[in-house]
Design a protein around this ligand. Structure first.
Ligand SMILES: Cc1cc2nc3c(=O)[nH]c(=O)nc-3n(C[C@H](O)[C@H](O)[C@H](O)COP(=O)(O)O)c2cc1C
Length: 398
């Protein structure tokens, strides 16, 4: 098991390096990569560098309260674990392992529809609250079956992903032969060396049963959705606002729209009954050259205007990134790759270390800012880049 203690692992980039060492390239790149030229992938992280802090010095902050609520649910830290499909490929029973660590940290785990573990087992694995992320793979009947199971299992909210009318072009997956490896035909042979070069991962993967199906996508009368078909299946899963309302009614509890990037979509989501809006570009894996999410956040916060909670994901690698997103109006954030690297590097201890890094970073940042509670973070603690201020002035003059 990889050692993830300090000083070997001080930040998320260290976990990323360890994940790269343990995982075959095809799996590591599936986590790490983005769409097309990966412009937004870089921007999602870089945009945080342009926000500068305005600390209040000579303020005693002996305690630092990281707790908040998300859709009325108390959480101990203002970051949740985002839905990451196929986590079971990174570590045996990966979704259960990650959910368990989220529960221990007092936060919410969001389970992807594209999970290799049964949703009931994932909910049982965590002592904390959990959300279910819904894709319409398999059609409305399969969605209805998953919704009913998720409700019965105790998931407390549904995150409906609205940014996948087709799958983004993730060039690394093509170059690494993802399709050929999943098809397991003769075409896979030239891509096999990358898998064989990671014997420890391979032993874990085979010990966990090898390539899994998707046990939470069950078309009534048929079995679980097979793994290999998923890219094609995603292309038939566009969620329209009409579908969104259908899902909300079928669920009967709070729903969030995941994948909002403009004020207009923020308003549409609220009109369609969303209790929460997740400003997200799917970790830069769908349409390249969209705004980095932090840049889109103020517009969405203004448009939603308190009628729903606004969350954000994308590019969060440090606790100071969490603080900046909260200063710009996010109620909380979701982290994706930060914990996925930890899971791929070392399983549960890797996820726990990712959470710990973000938690201790955030406490340090808050103390240095002179701010006692994450609920008090606001615009007074940051300066926006000059270009943002200029754009806002120009927009309001038009
Ligand atoms: C490997 C991987 C798989 C993902 N799978 C899903 C998914 O199944 N459903 C979904 O809504 N979002 C999915 N996402 C997007 C994340 O939920 C989240 O929006 C994104 O990872 C946030 O950006 P970050 O990785 O920079 O934190 C995935 C992201 C990654 C990296």
């Amino acid at each position: 098991m990889a050692n993830v203690a300090s000083p070997r692992v001080l930040n998320v980039a260290d976990l990323r390096r360890l994940a790269q060492r343990r995982l075959p390239r095809v799996v590591f790149d599936y986590i790490d990569g983005g769409a097309d030229a990966e412009v937004t992938l870089g921007e999602n992280c870089r945009v945080y560098d342009g926000i500068t802090f305005r600390p209040q010095h000579a303020v005693a902050t002996p305690t630092c309260d990281l707790s908040t609520t998300v859709l009325g649910t108390p959480v101990q830290v203002p970051f949740l674990l985002a839905p990451i499909g196929s986590s079971r490929m990174f570590w045996p029973r990966g979704e259960e392992v990650a959910a368990r660590e989220a529960g221990k940290a007092g936060t919410i785990y969001t389970l992807s529809t594209l999970s290799g573990c049964r949703l009931e087992d994932v909910k049982n694995a965590t002592s904390g609250p959990a959300w279910y992320q819904l894709y319409l793979v398999g059609g409305l009947d399969a969605a209805r079956a998953a919704i009913d199971r998720a409700r019965a299992a105790g998931f407390s909210a549904l995150a409906i992903t609205i940014d996948t009318p087709v799958s983004g072009l993730r060039e690394r997956d093509f170059r690494n032969g993802t399709k050929q490896l999943l098809e397991r035909g003769p075409g896979m042979l030239r891509y096999l060396p990358q898998v064989l070069s990671r014997p420890r991962w391979l032993a874990d993967f085979l010990g966990d049963g090898g390539l899994m199906s998707f046990p939470n996508i069950v078309v009534p009368g048929q079995g679980a959705h097979p793994y290999a078909d998923i890219t094609a299946a995603l292309e038939q899963t566009t969620v329209t606002w009409k579908d969104f309302e259908w899902i909300r009614k079928a669920w009967g509890g709070p729903v969030l729209a995941k994948g909002v990037l403009t004020g207009e979509d923020g308003r549409r989501a609220v009109d369609a009954g969303a209790a929460g809006v997740i400003v997200s570009n799917h970790g830069a894996r769908q349409l390249d050259c969209v705004s980095p999410t932090l840049r889109a956040l103020p517009e969405v916060v203004d448009a939603v205007n308190g009628r729903a909670e606004v969350l954000l994901d994308g590019g969060i690698r440090r606790g100071s990134d969490v603080a900046k997103a909260l200063c710009l109006g996010a109620k909380a954030v979701l982290v994706g790759r930060a914990y996925a690297y930890g899971l791929g590097a070392a399983g549960g201890p890797g996820v726990a270390r990712a959470i710990e890094i973000l938690r201790t970073d955030l406490i340090r940042t808050m103390k240095l800012l002179g701010c006692p509670s994450v609920r008090s973070l606001d615009r007074s603690y940051v300066d926006l880049p000059y270009a943002w201020q200029y754009e806002r002035r120009t927009a309001s003059a038009l």
